[in-house]
Design a protein around this ligand. Structure first.
Ligand code: SF4
Length: 362
């Protein structure tokens, strides 16, 4: 019988809230509409996969421009999304175009094999095995072998940002280094390749420009203001009721403004940092894998025992009720209302998607 996958996300979920783990992983019920952040992250991962996968060969081909590369990535990334509004599409397009321009002369990653799946046994359990998907196994420009993780974030990626401190202790790191070892690859370093998602929104009003590229100033009657010398006025005087002729920013204008902003201050958006993983960290992580596999098996046994004693099965899966955990939890509307989750009849907006969709859509 095939073993269940204990992915890094599953471990994080069990650590966060056992009841949430029961809903998401044991019952396999997930909210259908993912949040924007998750959807953008999925599209971004797809773009990276194309860039370092089929795109690597494409970039070596004569006559292929950065615009061609960006368009190929954009089309693949867009195929992962559904029902995106045109400004979110424009944002994705701008970010990908800026990425390709920024890394056109990449002097860190020489070659990379993207989306590498792995599995390895976890000692002491017949129920679970460790599984996952590494974003990339790379050869760096200096010849070292590296594990590469692509991340998107809303946080600052400055050197001083706490984002990096937390990332160093992300259990995914140990899992992926062990996963690479299971594939016979000894990683000399880990590179976090991070993109800060733009927070710039489309503008309600941008100035219309005439054929000479000049703003159009209107008087209180809506007529263009012309100076005594016959030339058009360039700046509006609000005290005289003058305004600029404007229109709502179009998706194309928004995409161009965003791309220009990313290219103007790339260090605000792009960051790559090397992280070291010690043998002591790996040993501790393997201990935690064993413990967690045992805890889940024990909770299931306790759940069956609870049913025999007239208690609900769920009683064996502890709830971690708190603002930090429940406020962002998809299951809160029925979990906190004390309602049961019947996987045969998932609540509206939820579907049974299986235990580890993250292995299909990272
Ligand atoms: S609402 Fe809170 S207690 Fe319930 S599953 Fe979510 S995190 Fe756990």
């Amino acid at each position: 019988m095939s073993k269940e996958a204990l992915t890094a996300s599953r471990m994080a979920c069990w650590t966060l809230c056992q009841r949430k783990h029961l809903f998401a992983y044991d019952r396999g019920v997930r909210k259908i509409e993912s949040g924007d952040a998750l959807v953008f992250g999925t599209a971004w991962h797809k773009a990276q996969e194309v860039y370092y996968g089929t795109g690597a060969e494409m970039r070596r081909r004569e006559g292929v421009t950065t615009a061609d590369m960006a368009q190929t990535m954009f089309e693949a990334a867009l195929a992962t999304a559904e029902n995106w509004d045109e400004f979110t599409v424009a944002k994705l397009q701008a970010c990908i175009a800026a990425f390709v321009e920024h890394y056109a002369d990449d002097d860190i990653i020489a070659e990379m094999k993207p989306e590498v799946e792995f599995a390895y046994p976890i000692e002491g359990t017949r129920t679970f095995e460790a599984r996952g998907k590494i974003d990339g196994l790379a050869t760096l420009a200096d010849g070292r072998t590296a594990l590469v993780e692509h991340k998107t974030t809303s946080e600052s990626v400055d050197v001083e940002s706490p984002y990096w401190t937390r990332l160093r202790f992300n259990p995914q790191l140990c899992r992926y280094v062990l996963g690479a070892r299971a594939l016979g690859v000894e990683c000399e370093t880990v590179i976090y390749d991070v993109f800060r998602k733009p927070a710039i929104s489309p503008k309600d009003a941008v100035k219309d420009l005439d054929e000479n590229g000049l703003p159009i100033v209107l008087d209180a009657n809506g007529d263009r203001c012309i100076k005594r010398d016959g030339t058009p006025k360039k700046s509006a005087d609000a005290t005289k009721g003058e305004t600029y002729k404007t229109h709502a920013e179009t998706p194309d204008e928004y995409a161009e403004r965003l791309r220009a902003d990313i290219m103007e201050r790339p260090e605000f958006y792009f960051a790559r940092r090397e992280v070291t993983v010690t043998d002591a960290q790996l040993e501790a992580f393997m201990l935690q894998e064993r413990m967690m596999a045992g805890q889940i098996v024990d909770a299931r046994a306790n759940g069956r025992d609870a049913v025999k004693r007239g208690l609900p099965y769920e009683a064996a899966f502890m709830m971690n009720v708190g603002k930090m955990t429940c406020d962002t939890c998809d299951y809160a509307p029925f979990c906190l209302a004390g309602q049961k989750l019947d996987a045969k009849k998932p609540p509206q907006g939820f579907a049974v998607v299986g235990a580890t969709p993250e292995l299909e859509n990272k």
